[in-house]
Write a protein that binds this ligand. Sequence first.
Ligand code: GDP
Length: 527
Amino acid sequence: MSNDVEIEKRRTFGIISHPDAGKTTLTEKLLLFGGAIQSAGAVKNNKIKKTATSDFMEIEKQRGISVATSVMAFQYSGKQINILDTPGHKDFAEDTYRTLTAVDSVILVIDCANGVEEQTKRLMEVCRMRKTPVIIFINKMDREGKDPFELLDELESSLDIKVRPLAWPIGMGDRFKGVYNIYDKNINLFAANKTKIATDIVSLSDINSSELDELVGEKPAAELREELEMIEGVYDAFDRDTYLSGDVAPVFFGSAVNNFGVKELLDTFVRISPSPRGRDTDTKRVEPSDKKFSGFVFKIHANLDPKHRDRIAFLRIVSGKFERNTFYNHVRLDKKFKFPNPTSFMAQDKSVIDEAFPGDVIGLYDTGNFKIGDTLNEGESFMFKGIPSFSPELFQELENLDPMKSKQLEKGVSQLMDEGVAQLFIQQPGNRKIIGTVGQLQFEVIAYRLEHEYGAKCRFVPKNYHKACWITTDNEDQLKDFMRAKSQYLAKDKDDNLVFLAETAFLLQMAEKDYPDLTFHTTSEFK
Ligand code: GDP
């Protein structure tokens, strides 16, 4: 098959949600439809459980599960669907943000009772930054939840995106009768545990016909008619281009655990979601149809066995064709590498592949050569842009407890940072190491791994920083003034960029006011 056909077939996306909204359940149902798994329960919830915070091995075991399910590929309706898993646990949010750089679209799961939750907001911010097309699935309609109109308003106001319902629920909780598909003008009557063959879907050429009353009852039918009229009045007609540009999110309703509304979601997804998209590099934009192979590393997973230091680097293919045992340029190191055992991931199976195409994600065994954000390609040299770092929320200074093991500590810290476990900021004088994370768990992970994998002992001293801000300016004099005044709050990140460690939101505001020509960024993606 030609590259173009392979590219057009692929749909690479991520499912995101606040923990417990139903991401794992929905993923599992999608895999069932795709025939990638045979029974429910096959997809392990890779949620890092709360009780696990004090038990590092338990976390590692759970992370092991998350490697196996990092990418789940299946065929559906002539398409190859690649689902990239995103950890729901807040402490692993960085990981999720980076995974979102490797997808072409997203399905966002919302719990109909909880509406927009904390993690939902943050994840959507990342999607908005990248203009990633989003489809919203409002889940758990078999339970009593918020009024659907209220939910839509909440989505628009707190996620700062326009929405467009493509389906509409008839009642909810005990009164849940089913979903009207606005796009296809049919009704899917609710029944628990729906199977693949949707026999309960009834076409309705006219929602004013009495058939609707017979199907769902007079009162619900009247309500549906009224609500549909309101929808058509309030929301613009669905337009695929505004979805693809990330401006409007189509909305579906269903109940993942009952397999209800999932097929409709999937059928619409394969029709409207984008095929693999290009990516920007430091010199040009690379399109999937470009002949030469290119890709970037967005995730690195360390071996769980401390005796083996090898890791798996996850590479998203952007253009051309990747082939096994072929030399490619590792652009940052300016060295050529070939890969005898590149792997693909199919639900819980891993297998060695000979070739892979744009949109695919493959695992490359690595002995420490890759960092997150690295480009692998053939032909001319360029680097993919846009694996952003986000300001951490917790900061602690790392102190070496065993001066005899300084070298091991340096090496360990550097490798853990390459893997993206946390961010390192170096402060002068004294080369002090400030580690920034989004969750407490990472500090435990770092201390444990430094000790068990590198034989180095450390201790963390909490620092009261509010945010790390990257600074840009055209006004060199003002920057110099700022650096003189704030020297004790300055640090350098891994790429030697200047960072302001602001102690409070107020002090950050003051800095913005006092140094108007400096711009303070809470993500590193501003170049
Ligand atoms: P995740 O944390 O987002 O991956 O959420 P899970 O898929 O693990 O689901 C969290 C809980 O919600 C589990 O107990 C599910 O069984 C339940 N759940 C998922 N979908 C539904 C649904 O449609 N209705 C109801 N009532 N419960 C659901």
